[in-house]
Design a protein. Structure first.
Length: 383
């Protein structure tokens, strides 16, 4: 906080009793969640509206957040789904021709609490040391905080392990998706007429993934997370896409994995998964997932494609990972994180079934990972 802003109007309490004071913006009130940090320098709106952030408060390590405002065009879904945000500097008035609204007003309208003026470097170190902490975040313009109650609320948060959050963020009904990417990766021609009928199962899908599928020539039907094998097959798809999403893959897997297993056992359909979809495909193949210490959240994560030796600069947002040691016979690790060696991709031998942990649609590379959508489309050409 600056010296001029003396009385704190927001407070972040960690379950270990550490308190961070700051100034509130966005909605007032109180919320509990797991706390992570994201190292991306841009894309705060896409991050806040990524459904995979449900149940989490995001600490932004980049200090200037909010200075380009927000625009409906950049929403990854209808509402912000991250539970709140923590930043170093209070947002200044936005300055960007695309800005339709100030970040603070946008957060307030959507009931999301934010705190500014926090020493985010100290907080990030705490997250790295403790593992993603459970926290309570409160914003009160009068600055009245019951610290004991806040710490108790943080301790009362169950954490993300064992939580199925896909059911909260999935679409209520199936729908068609036709919109394409706005920018074309170099060397890729826009597909004018969709060639492949794809069912995308929505565990919390980001819109840009659906745009990338459409851009690769897919006629996309989106189904809710609860879709059964019969629901999927009723659309007579040429391929099935498993989306990203929040929460613990093992919990969502309780109903999603049997559907994916049926697809694997009863069909030869191409299957492509991203992030939660990747984790649940791995579970369906017999592997296990683990909770990471503080996860991967950023837009600068180097991932090595083990088959080509190429390194992609990727966007990541995950707190769980596939345990490489548990991959069964016939399932190969195709991608690996160069930060910590964790699994970032798998492929089933002799079948067009593959998935990645990172986000190929989010393009920090900026075109490094689009080939995965092309690979999925090509596998349907061949099928
Ligand atoms: N982006 C995602 O799909 C995240 C997957 C999962 N919820 C995780 O945190 O690991």
């Amino acid at each position: 906080m600056s010296a001029a802003q003396t009385k704190p109007t927001a407070c972040l309490a960690l379950a270990d009793g550490t308190i961070f004071y700051g100034h509130g913006f966005g909605a007032t009130g109180q919320t509990t969640a797991e706390l992570c940090f994201n190292t991306a320098m841009t894309g705060y709106q896409e991050i806040m509206t990524d459904p995979s952030y449900a149940g989490q408060i995001v600490t932004f390590t980049f200090p200037h957040i909010g200075n380009t405002g927000v625009t409906p065009e950049d929403d990854e879904t209808g509402d912000p789904v991250a539970a709140g945000m923590v930043v170093k500097w209070m947002p200044t008035q936005s300055s960007n021709w695309r800005a339709a609204q100030e970040l603070s007003d946008w957060l307030r309208a959507r009931g999301r609490i934010a705190i500014g003026g926090v020493d985010t470097r100290r907080l990030t170190r705490a997250i790295r040391q403790q593992g993603a902490p459970h926290v309570a975040l409160a914003h009160d313009p009068e600055g009245n905080f019951d610290l004991e109650a806040l710490v108790a609320a943080a301790r009362g948060f169950s954490g993300l392990e064992g939580l199925d959050l896909a059911k909260d963020v999935t679409c209520a009904q199936s729908y068609q998706w036709n919109e394409m990417r706005w920018a074309w990766p170099e060397g890729y021609a826009p597909q004018t007429a969709p060639k492949h009928k794809v069912v995308a199962v929505d565990y919390g899908a980001k819109r840009n993934i659906l745009r990338c599928l459409a851009s690769a020539g897919c006629d996309v039907t989106v189904l809710p997370a609860s879709a059964t094998y019969d629901d999927v097959m009723a659309h007579n798809p040429d391929g099935v896409f498993l989306s990203n999403g929040p929460g613990d893959p093992a919990a969502t897997g309780a109903y999603a994995v049997p559907m994916i297993r049926d697809l694997l056992d009863k069909t030869q359909l191409p299957i492509f998964g991203i992030c939660l979809g990747h984790q649940m495909l791995a579970l369906a193949l017999g592997a296990k997932t683990i909770k990471m210490n503080h996860g991967h959240h950023g837009a600068n994560h180097p991932v090595k494609d083990k088959e080509t030796g190429k390194v992609e600069i990727t966007s990541m947002n995950h707190g769980f990972a596939v345990d490489t040691q548990t991959l069964p016979e016939g399932v190969t690790e195709t991608h690996v994180s160069l930060f910590d060696g964790s699994n970032c991709g798998i492929r089933v031998a002799d079948r067009p079934v593959f998935s990645v942990q990172h986000h190929p649609e989010a393009s920090p590379g900026p075109q490094d990972s689009f080939y995965l959508f092309e690979r999925f489309a090509k596998s349907m050409d061949a099928a």
